[in-house]
Design a protein around this ligand. Structure first.
Ligand code: PLP
Length: 353
């Protein structure tokens, strides 16, 4: 069990529902398919659990403030929970993070700095600054903030309490979420296999699990999936061990497949998540197609972040509502109801392909 969150800090994070994805389970021939709905946390991602635990620690230890790097979600979470703890915060964000992620940090009034690239050297430097200034380093990785990361154990513990998942698919960048989830599953006495889902263009942990590379780190990478752009994952070795110990495996997913899964989830199940989360669902689909999952399985996908976090794919002019006049509405409705089920992208209205 993880430490209780300070009463001044908590705002209802955690204890997220397990949502049944029944339409997709049926379509893919699975015994069940579950979503751990982490996008329902107060700032829209599972990072709230880590922020609540981190700020509890910072208060207990009398820290002067907190400092972290972030691709966006951790930044929003630390900023919000830092305000509740009454602690000033400093955030170093990725300059090309999705506009929605950056904008959603602005209201909290922390010092925001940006860099084009945030690697191990930058994280280590922030550790020095934190030490010199009496601040807590709240980067969401065990390598930098191991006690704060315990806040995420609840994800695994709650999946264990629910009791149904045979596999847990975790969208993975630095590896910290996966390590905490696997630990929580173990604490809860649940032996689901943990699958590390990464973008094919940046899959150091998945590739190391498969034995393709000796260590979970790569030099060249390319993916547009925000939150999963870590060629040198701070918790790579821990994540590799956690996957192997659970009997799980690695899944490398193309960005395009993550985006398709994002659309599919919205159109079939009414759930809108950010691409990183959808990537875990794409990994399930890939494993169904490969015959790795079937009727006897009930995988669970950890849906880590809300779709409103990254609207880049949905703001193009052709996604805007069609301008219309009053006397056109009736005809448009009739056309819509009677339209061919097969839409231009080859996806049926109900999302099947
Ligand atoms: C939405 C989302 N999903 C998954 C992850 C991956 O977590 P980790 O870096 O601990 O592997 C992140 C990390 O920022 C994230 O923002």
């Amino acid at each position: 069990m993880t430490d209780p969150v300070d009463a001044r800090v908590t705002m209802g994070e955690g204890r997220t529902p397990m949502v049944a994805l029944s339409v997709l389970a049926e379509r893919w021939g699975l015994g069940g398919l579950w979503a751990k709905a982490e996008y329902l946390n107060p700032t829209g991602s599972y990072k709230d659990r880590i922020a609540a635990a981190s700020m509890t620690l910072a208060l207990r230890e009398g820290r002067r403030g907190w400092i972290a790097t972030s691709s966006g979600n951790g930044g929003a979470a630390m900023s919000a929970y830092g305000v509740r703890a009454g602690l000033p915060g400093v955030l170093l964000v990725l300059a090309d993070a999705p506009a929605e992620k950056l904008a959603s940090i602005a209201p909290y009034g922390v010092l925001q700095l940006s860099m084009d690239r945030i690697g191990p050297d930058v994280m280590a430097h922030l550790g020095q600054v934190a030490g010199a200034e009496g601040m807590l380093l709240t980067i969401t990785a065990h390598a930098h903030n191991p006690r704060g990361m315990r806040g995420a154990d609840g994800i695994g513990e709650e999946i264990a309490d629910h009791g149904r998942a045979t596999h847990v698919y975790v969208p993975t960048g630095g590896g910290g979420l996966l390590v905490a989830t696997a630990r929580g599953l173990r604490t809860g006495g649940h032996d689901a296999a943990v699958v590390v889902a990464q973008p094919a263009g940046c899959a150091p942990i998945a590739r190391a699990v498969a034995g393709e590379i000796p260590e979970p780190r790569i030099d060249e990478w390319s993916t547009k999936i925000s939150g999963l752009q870590l060629p040198v994952p701070p918790d790579g070795a821990l994540a590799l061990d956690a996957v192997t110990a659970s009997g799980g495996w690695g899944a490398a997913v193309r960005d395009e497949d993550a985006w398709s899964a994002q659309d599919l989830l919205a159109r079939t199940e009414g759930i809108f998540v950010e691409p990183a989360s959808a990537l875990a669902l794409a990994a399930v689909r890939q494993d169904v197609d490969a015959g790795r999952l079937g009727r006897q399985d009930e995988p669970c996908v950890v849906l880590t972040g809300h779709g409103l976090k990254d609207l880049g794919r949905f703001t193009a002019p052709d996604r805007r509502p069609t301008p219309t006049a009053l006397d056109e509405i009736g005809g448009r409705v009739r056309d819509w109801l009677g339209r061919d089920l097969m839409e231009h992208d080859g996806t049926r209205r109900d999302g099947t392909r």
